[in-house]
Each structure stands twice: as structure tokens, then as C-alpha cells.
Design a protein around this ligand. Structure first.
Ligand code: URA
Length: 260
């Protein structure tokens, strides 16, 4: 095994351990073919990656818009246009406490969309979703699914950080969800993966427990919708990584039939 293969093996093994797999047996041929799979780029959808304006712009530099109304965003056809129309939003009080509006990031043609709850401190500072510790774990989870962050789309229900990371309030969700719905309409993902209880319960309008929401394919505005643990919860409870991995395998299977 050369150095490159050793590095790839180390990254493959650490991804799997991160997801709770601590024991496995692989015949050498299978191991080498897994490594070769890791090496191959995996296009999952067509279209350019929109990391530039759809998530990484700083509102102070580019955002001239103020609060939007739903009629105004109905006509938007691209994520960039939508972002430009909503990034100055002050529909709820969080518009006055945020540092950055966190629109979302990734491929505008993504087949898989991950939806968290709301930006935290790191996301508020950078204007990009899931970039803190939980975000780094989410990146590794996506990579374990043989995808990259640039191939999927990552967003949140709320686009502005609630102070002290408190749970989103119903009125904030009501004001912000139209943006998410429009993002879904533009992206048209095949599968949505809700990250955490709050995301799953809020979007499905249910009080059902995370345990009862997991493992089924729900429907959110006509899109397959799968609920899993929030990566921050996985950092606190590593025992949940293994069941979370089962959820991610289900997401990938429902997306394109790939068995991880
Ligand atoms: N948690 C979330 O739900 N969203 C983020 O963007 C970061 C942490």
C-alpha cells in the first residue's frame, strides 16, 4: 500500500468510526474497491455549485433588500435572486440581532437537502450554515455518504441566529419558512434530511418524538422527508452515531438507490 492509499484508508476508517462503526471485517479486494470508490468523484446532480452568493455573501456588502412579502418572492427563479430579495429581512426581531443572514449553501440542483434548525454563533459570524463543531461533523457525515458539501444543499428553518441559541419561536418560524419553501421549490431535491427533533417536528407540524419520526419516509410538500439526529446531539451522545448512520444510509438509498 502506498502513502496515498494509506492516507485514504485512514480517512475511510476514521469516517466510519466517527459514525459509530468500531468493528468490521472486509476482505482485501473489497477494501481496495471501497478505497477506489472514495477516490472517484461522484456527481449526483447536474448544474454548477452555488457557494458564492447563496450562502457566503456578507449582508453588509451586498444586501440592499429589506423585508419581503410572499408575493414578491413567488416570482424568483434562482437561489441568487431569492437570496438578494430576502437577505435584508427584518420580518421578525432576529433581523435586528443577527450579524449575518444565513441563507444556505451548496448545489442549487442538489438531490439531497439537509435542513437544520437555525444558525449558531459560528454561522452567524460567517454567514454560512453548519460551519461550527456540529457543522464539521455534518461535513464528515456527508462525506461518509460518498458525497461532498458542494454536491448537496444545506440550510436551516431560520436564517438568523436566535440569541443564546434558544429554540425558534413559532412567530419566527412563520415569518421565515416561506424562504425555505421557496428554496425547496427552486432546488427540487429528491430527499430532504431534517437534522434534529426541532427541525423534524417543526416542518412536519407534529409533536411526535424523534424516535418515532426516525426510520420512516415522511412527505414535506411533496418531497421525501427523513428525520435524523442533529449533529450537535451526536457530539454529546456518540452512541447515537450508529443509528444516525442508518438514517443517512436510508437517505442515500432513497436518493439514488446506492447502498452504503
Ligand atoms: N445548528 C443548526 O441547526 N444549524 C446550523 O447552521 C448550525 C448549527
Amino acid at each position: 500500500m502506498n502513502r496515498n492509499e494509506r492516507d485514504m484508508l485512514a480517512s475511510f476508517v476514521s469516517q466510519r468510526m466517527e459514525l459509530g462503526e468500531n468493528e468490521w471485517y472486509l476482505p482485501k479486494e473489497q477494501l481496495m474497491s471501497s478505497l477506489a470508490d472514495e477516490k472517484r468523484p461522484k456527481p449526483v446532480s447536474s448544474g454548477p455549485v452555488s457557494g458564492s452568493s447563496a450562502g457566503t455573501v456578507r449582508q453588509a456588502e451586498t444586501c440592499a433588500s429589506s423585508s419581503f412579502d410572499e408575493e414578491h418572492i413567488a416570482s424568483k427563479k434562482s437561489l441568487d435572486d431569492l437570496n438578494a430579495a430576502v437577505c435584508g429581512c427584518k420580518r421578525c426581531a432576529l433581523g435586528s440581532t443577527r450579524t449575518n443572514f444565513v441563507f444556505g449553501a451548496g448545489n442549487p440542483d442538489a438531490g439531497i437537502m439537509f435542513i437544520g434548525e437555525a444558525p449558531g454563533a459560528d454561522e452567524d459570524a460567517q454567514g454560512v450554515p453548519f460551519v461550527g463543531r456540529a457543522g464539521k461533523l455534518l461535513t464528515r457525515m456527508i462525506e461518509a455518504m460518498k458525497l461532498t458539501r458542494d454536491e448537496v444543499y444545506i440550510g436551516n428553518i431560520l436564517k438568523c441566529r436566535p440569541p443564546n441559541n434558544r429554540d425558534p419561536k413559532p412567530e419566527e418560524i412563520e415569518m421565515c419558512e416561506p424562504i425555505l419553501l421557496k428554496q425547496i421549490e427552486i432546488i427540487k431535491p429528491a430527499v430532504i434530511c431534517a437534522l434534529g427533533r426541532i427541525s423534524g417536528q417543526t416542518l412536519l407540524r407534529t409533536k411526535a418524538t424523534l424516535g418515532s419520526l426516525r426510520g420512516s419516509i415522511h412527505d414535506y410538500h411533496g418531497v421525501k422527508f427523513i428525520v435524523t439526529y442533529h449533529p450537535a446531539a451526536l457530539l454529546r451522545n456518540p452512541n447515537w452515531k450508529k443509528p444516525a448512520w442508518e438514517d443517512l444510509k436510508l437517505v442515500r438509498r432513497e436518493f439514488d438507490g446506492m447502498e452504503l
